[in-house]
Design a protein around this ligand. Structure first.
Ligand SMILES: C[S@@+](CC[C@H](N)C(=O)[O-])C[C@H]1O[C@@H](n2cnc3c(N)ncnc32)[C@H](O)[C@@H]1O
Length: 241
């Protein structure tokens, strides 16, 4: 796994963050060092999905990146369940296909590019996952995307979201962000890397509060909406159709 040193260069200027080839190459290292409890909520996603993924249906992973969620799901989900990965980055999908092959995934799978700011076609899905993806969809398009997931999901199916979130109050939001930067320091990101990445993500990753994410699920008519994971400014949500 290549180490994420993208924002380590002294001469690095901050530009808007994109999932370009530099990021694709270090993504797996970046995500475990930048997202608290990443392996644990991947495990939880698989655990929850196992209960809802019906034989001969599909699990969609919107913003599947390098395919980590599929790799965790593969050992626990019925082999007749098809995996469908969607990402706007062709390079991510190529890495995902290589990872699935390298790890001996033999089930039926399909990977295709799409921009989630527009419509995405979902067919025969019992589970739809958006793990750290919805936060990159423009706020203007977010509710529409969640509604369209609801409309296309099979009855009884679930949506699983993991998002960076804002605190409900300015007081705790500020503290949660500080605790988060301490987490990044513990994972060997230096002050400059943290500062440049923060600036690069500013207009690109737009977090909502927990209450706003729950309201979005409710407005889309999802039921039994719950927070299944929470660490300061990260949260996981589930809802049932
Ligand atoms: C943080 S990564 C997701 C991580 C991945 N789901 C996981 O569990 O490791 C966000 C992904 O969403 C994709 N993405 C961002 N905006 C998108 C959009 N508008 N349409 C489709 N994919 C998008 C990026 O290319 C990237 O691969």
């Amino acid at each position: 796994m290549s180490t994420d040193v993208i924002f380590k260069s002294e001469t690095m200027k901050s530009t808007d963050f994109t999932f370009d080839s530099k990021v694709v190459n270090v993504f797996d290292d970046m995500v475990v060092r930048s997202v608290p409890y990443y392996p644990e909520f991947q495990r939880m996603i698989a655990e929850i999905a196992t209960n809802f993924a019906k034989p001969d249906t599909a699990i969609y992973d919107l913003g599947c990146s390098t395919g980590t969620t599929f790799l965790t799901l593969d050992s626990v989900v019925d082999s007749t369940v098809k995996f469908v990965g969607v990402d706007e980055s062709q390079e991510m999908l190529e890495k995902c296909a290589a990872n699935l092959e390298k790890n001996g995934v033999t089930r039926n799978f399909d990977l295709f590019t799409a921009d989630l700011n527009r419509q995405v076609l979902i067919a025969n899905a019992s589970v739809v996952v958006l793990c750290l993806t919805l936060q990159f969809v423009r706020p203007l398009n977010r509710a529409k995307l969640i509604e369209s997931v609801y409309n296309q999901l099979n009855p009884g199916g679930i949506i699983i979201l993991v998002e960076k979130v804002l605190g409900e109050s300015a007081e705790f939001n500020r503290r949660f962000i500080n605790y988060y930067y301490d987490f990044k320091r513990r994972n060997n990101y230096n002050e400059m890397e943290i500062a440049i990445k923060r600036e690069a993500l500013e207009n690109v990753l737009v977090p909502y509060k927990v209450s706003e994410n729950i309201k979005m699920l409710e407005d889309a008519h999802f039921k039994n909406n719950e927070v299944f994971f929470k660490w300061y400014n990260f949260a996981g949500f589930i809802g049932i159709k």
